[in-house]
Design a protein around this ligand. Structure first.
Ligand SMILES: Nc1nc2c(ncn2[C@@H]2O[C@H](COP(=O)(O)OP(=O)(O)OP(=O)(O)O)[C@@H](O)[C@H]2O)c(=O)[nH]1
Ligand SMILES: [Mg+2]
Length: 177
């Protein structure tokens, strides 16, 4: 029987920034130009086999129409990683990144990722350097992606997985030291 590890990744950010689209692009390689707002919380699973290990990623994705502090605590709890998404064509979605990071930080100490989505649109309402600096504030990694054309999406989730595994190994190392 392969040993199974399960990790929880949460995806947050304002409504319509493309959270569901990013998850769908990563998990099934698909993109829909239509907007189907998420209702409540959606959990998508993806299994990966690495050597004899099975890694199960549970990707929790919420409806972005709530304020960060209104989201149920259970959503944030025990997350191994938090992906905070904004839409590069809408400045207010970037301004709300702080609120999402703070809410996630209060509940857990996940590895953070700040993700600038919809880079395919060619429009930029957000100063990219400012976004990078924001990521530094939270010791987060910064990614520019497009769920539409798939640019950098696998790289993002692969990095999330590698960071989670690295953290796990460091915890084990600390235990045996
Ligand atoms: N051009 C472009 N459109 C995108 C991209 N990602 C998402 N969209 C579109 O943006 C709209 C909203 O995408 P969703 O993935 O449903 O956004 P969401 O953040 O899950 O929204 P809520 O569930 O309401 O919080 C849809 O019409 C998508 O097709 C992208 O990278 N580029
Ligand atoms: Mg959604």
């Amino acid at each position: 029987m392969p040993y199974t590890y399960a990790f929880k990744i949460i995806v947050v950010g304002d409504a319509a920034v493309g959270k569901t689209s990013l998850v769908n692009r990563y998990v099934s390689g698909e993109f829909s130009p239509e907007y189907f707002p998420t209702i409540g919380t959606n959990i998508t699973e993806k299994s990966l086999n690495i050597y004899e290990f099975t890694i199960k990623l549970a990707i929790w994705n919420i409806a972005g129409d709530k304020r960060p502090e209104e989201v149920d605590k259970a959503f944030y709890q025990n997350a191994h990683a938090a992906i905070v998404v904004f839409d590069v064509s809408k400045l207010d979605t970037f301004q709300h990144v702080d609120g999402w990071c703070r809410a996630a930080n209060q509940m857990t100490t996940p590895t953070f990722y700040i993700v600038c989505n919809k880079t395919d649109t060619g429009t930029s309402a957000v100063d990219r350097e400012g976004a990078r600096k924001k990521a530094d504030e939270y010791s987060a990694r910064y990614f520019e992606v497009s769920a539409k054309d798939g640019n950098n999406v696998n790289e993002l989730f692969n990095r999330v997985l590698m960071d989670i595994l690295k953290r796990r190994l460091n915890e084990l190392k600390a235990r045996v030291a």
